[in-house]
Design a protein around this ligand. Structure first.
Ligand code: AHR
Length: 502
């Protein structure tokens, strides 16, 4: 059996675990909002029509922030359509997803949902068809106490307290030619800078995100970030990254190594941001908001026929995830944690039905996809500080990324409880991997729980009828001897080993 080795030492600190790493995303897209989070008449619906079963799963998932209302949707959205009496709200065409938006859910409803879900909202403004004024109106509606047109309207609409939204995305994927109002980096950078500057005049206490690239394979990747940050450096706090991964043509080995691309993506953006910093002689650092990431079989969506008419909440982007998808997603979370020194916010895209960890039937059941599990367990147990683990691992060849280590791993350590948690992926498509953990640096510790997400069929999925086919199971055969732990990680597996504190 091939062997790999990691070292756990509290001195190898990277950065704190940021709670915002465990964000998600609710877009007016497909069935994410309608029949996803919201379905009046559903057996579990609350007084506002929110599905309690989905709220419970959202809390169980451990989501901390939720980005809203898009995505591509936001670039054609008039936020005012979604406020006031529901019966008076206009129906609009949503060009991004070729759907009809009934506006039954808007800002105030979303904020009520967010409170019930216990999540922080992250709001996106439309810089596709709109600009500075509409962003200011929205901010005034959300964050001003009272005494002005928009703040008083919010109060009249039933929200007496300001929504107090801190995190704001200045547009969405403005580098993408598919985006309504797509711009060059210079055009977007100027608009984002002026919008952000004006927003800060209204409310100084904001955290602003400039759009970075929609993927590391965009032709403008790198140059886009450099130009946008030249324009916005003093105004924004974050630059965004978006990345989606899928298994291409049965190439499982490359797919399982998707975190290699995420590592490269983050490190390139950080290097670009720091070079702009040096050129401008700036003091502050720009962090990364990885505010769209996931496994998404985008090629299936791109090859599918677009809807013929303009349906309301059609089933779109409803990927049914299998075990290998979940293992890959667990690896992507390892990459995000590993970069916690600069990735201080992230959003799994999306939350319900649309490339999501939670699925629902209209009028029926809700269940956890395979990808729910590594996310929920990492969100629940990654606490305190992120530790580098210095993996020593055999490698294998992949078509997309060349030679990659079989083992990917990171650890966290909570100084308060003394618990250390190791997250590890075996990327081998066929062989188990023997893992040796040197835990001497932690003192006397003992494993308290170890789980694995693995199984004989890497393409097994959860369904409404069989919702627990793929769930984490105990990782057996773990031995601890002095300062050395040994475990065998199954092929194609995501694993979590918890060690009690000294
Ligand atoms: O998450 C689905 C879509 O992916 C979003 O609307 C867009 O921002 C990205 O291209």
């Amino acid at each position: 059996m091939q062997q790999a080795h990691v070292t756990l030492d509290p001195a190898f600190r990277i950065a704190p675990v940021h709670r915002r790493t465990f964000g998600a995303f609710v877009e007016h897209l497909g069935r994410c909002v309608y029949t996803g989070i919201h379905e009046p008449g559903h057996a579990t619906a609350d007084e506002d029509g929110f599905r309690r079963d989905v709220l419970e799963l959202t809390r169980e998932l451990g989501v901390t922030t939720v980005r809203y209302p898009g995505g591509n949707f936001v670039s054609g959205y008039r936020w005012e359509d979604g406020i006031g009496p529901v019966g008076n709200r206009p129906r609009r065409l949503d060009l991004a997803w070729h759907s009809t938006e009934p506006n039954h859910v808007g800002l105030d409803e979303f904020m009520r949902w967010a409170r019930r879900a216990g999540v922080e909202p992250m709001m996106a403004v439309n810089l596709g068809t709109r600009g500075i004024q509409e962003a200011l109106d929205l901010l005034e509606y959300c964050n001003l106490e009272s005494g002005t047109h928009w703040s008083d309207l919010r109060r009249a609409n039933g929200a007496k307290e300001p929504h107090a939204i801190r995190m704001w995305c200045l547009g969405n994927e403005m580098d993408g030619p598919w985006q309504i109002g797509h711009k060059t980096a210079r055009e977007y950078g100027r608009l984002a800078a002026e919008t952000g500057r004006a927003m800060r005049m209204l409310d100084r206490d904001l955290e602003l995100v400039a759009c970075g690239s929609s993927g590391s394979s965009m032709p403008t990747f790198g140059a886009w970030e450099a130009t946008v940050l030249e324009e916005t450096y003093d105004v924004v706090d974050y630059v965004s990254c978006h990345a989606y991964y899928e298994e291409h043509d049965g190439d499982l080995a490359s797919f399982l190594a998707s975190a290699v691309d995420m590592d490269h993506f983050v490190e390139s953006v950080v290097a670009t941001a720091d070079s702009v910093r040096a050129r401008l002689g700036a003091k502050k650092r720009i962090n990364v908001s990885f505010d769209e990431w996931n496994v998404w079989y985008m090629s299936r969506f791109q090859n599918a026929e677009p809807p013929a008419d303009w349906p309301v909440a059609p089933p779109l982007l409803e990927d049914h995830y299998h075990l290998a998808d979940a293992v890959t997603l667990g690896g992507l979370l390892i990459s995000l944690l590993r970069h916690s020194d600069r990735v201080t916010a992230a959003s799994l895209a999306q939350l319900v039905n649309v490339i999501a960890p939670i699925m629902t039937e209209p009028g029926g059941r809700a269940w956890r996809q395979t990808t729910f599990h590594p996310f929920a367990l990492t969100a629940a147990h990654a606490r305190g500080e992120v530790l580098r683990v210095e993996p020593v691992s055999p490698v294998h060849e992949t078509a997309r990324y060349g030679e990659v280590p079989l083992l990917d791993a990171v650890a966290t350590r909570d100084a308060e409880t003394g618990e250390t948690v190791l997250f590890a992926v075996n990327r081998s498509t066929s062989e188990p991997l023997e893992l040796t953990v040197d835990s001497r640096g932690l003192g006397a510790v003992a494993p308290t729980a170890a789980v694995t997400l693995s199984g004989p069929d890497v393409y097994a999925r959860n369904t409404a009828d069989d919702p627990d086919r793929v769930v984490p199971r105990p990782l057996t055969g773990l031995t601890a001897d002095g300062g050395t732990l040994r475990a065998v990680l199954p092929a194609v597996s995501w694993n979590m080993i918890r060690l009690s504190g000294a």
